[in-house]
Design a protein. Structure first.
Length: 83
């Protein structure tokens, strides 16, 4: 455990951010799974739009790298077109 005041504060901040980041990452994964499940149905366009929105949101907040976001979107669209 940290003894220095600034290190203690930094640990508190990191814990808060980790929880917030976990929520965004979890939502992103959920919407990706929903989009893949909806592939080939009437709701596929809407589910793809929501999945891409959440991937972009995670990238803009720095939770995932922008190239990782691009790769995820590309693979998602490729999988949607295949089915």
């Amino acid at each position: 455990m940290a003894n220095i005041k600034s290190a203690i504060k930094r640990n508190r901040q990191n814990e808060k951010r980790a929880i917030a980041n976990k929520t965004v990452r979890s939502q992103m994964r959920t919407y990706q799974k929903k989009a893949l499940a909806a592939a080939g149905t009437d709701e596929s366009d809407e589910s793809l739009r929501l999945a891409v929105k959440h991937i972009d949101k995670a990238a803009s907040k720095g939770i995932i790298h922008k190239n990782t976001a691009a790769r995820k979107k590309s693979r998602l669209v490729k999988a949607m077109k295949a089915s």
